[in-house]
Design a protein around this ligand. Structure first.
Ligand SMILES: O=C(O)CCC(=O)C(=O)O
Ligand SMILES: [Fe+2]
Length: 256
């Protein structure tokens, strides 16, 4: 790709007066409307923001083609429950220089430079604009080559992100289901608080499993914030009918 990709779309209704949801630019000209945001309060200080049409379909397909071809994807061997397994998706890592190294499941990905991928800098800029106050400095990319690629239940709760990380996830290509479930409550602390085994069993039986599902479509943005990584787990499960490739970008901030 010769030039940087341009994100965003021209106003589809030029000449019409702006609707109440539209922003005005410095000179008062109509700007494109803010895409719809769905905010899900998970309780206990955890929150998910979903912007289904963060990017136009056309721009998102250009991004998809570019990333699919140009990112140096690898499929590393990781350790899960003491066994070596090939990670069930392709991956790549990009980060500012000088940050603490990321390490997960016994694997330390090589940190590529943003300067090698101007398109990723463009996407980062758009994400920063959509999320005022955010300062992402690293990016974990995933490529799911079909419905048998997945990410199992986990939380991105590595100490290098601090206690309340904001994680912004942009999706290109095949839509996939993204699940969130509450982490099991710490039964030891409940026992320490005087709860009997019988009471704990009754409480667990009575409480409905807390789970949320989001269909992450092409060009969407999903943000997890607050205590979501401490208190919840997320997954993109296998889906037999998801035949084509999905690329996902998760922007994170490694604390200095
Ligand atoms: O692909 C996704 O939507 C999620 C990826 C993810 O959870 C991760 O990279 O930690
Ligand atoms: Fe994750």
């Amino acid at each position: 790709m010769a030039s940087r990709l341009r994100l965003g779309q021209p106003n589809p209704n030029p000449g019409l007066s702006p609707s109440p949801g539209e922003r005005k630019g410095e000179e008062g000209e109509a700007r494109k409307p803010e895409p719809r945001r769905e905010v899900t309060d998970l309780g206990g200080g955890s929150e998910v923001v979903h912007i289904p049409r963060f990017m136009s379909r056309e721009t998102a397909w250009e991004m998809f083609e570019h990333l699919d071809k140009r990112i140096p994807w690898t499929r590393p061997t990781i350790r899960v429950f003491g066994r070596s397994v090939v990670q069930p998706r392709d991956t790549c890592y990009v980060a500012d220089k000088g940050l603490t190294d990321l390490r997960y499941s016994g694997h330390q990905p090589h940190a590529h430079s943003w300067d090698d991928f101007p398109v990723l800098k463009d996407i980062l800029k758009e994400v920063h604009e959509a999320l005022p106050g955010s300062h992402f400095n690293s990016l974990l990319l995933n490529r799911y080559k079909g419905g048998s690629d997945y990410v199992s239940w986990h939380a991105d709760d590595e100490p290098l992100y601090g206690p309340t990380p904001e994680i912004a996830s942009v999706t290109f290509g095949c839509e996939r289901e993204f699940l969130l479930r509450k982490k099991p409550t710490n039964t030891k602390s409940q026992a320490a608080a005087g709860e009997s085994g019988e009471t704990a069993r009754k409480r667990l039986k009575a409480s409905a499993p807390q789970q949320h599902s989001f269909l992450l479509k092409h060009g969407s943005l999903l943000v997890m914030r607050g205590y979501t990584q401490r208190d919840w787990q997320h997954a993109v499960p296998k889906r037999a009918r998801a035949a084509s490739t999905r690329i996902n970008l998760t922007f994170r901030r490694v604390l200095p």
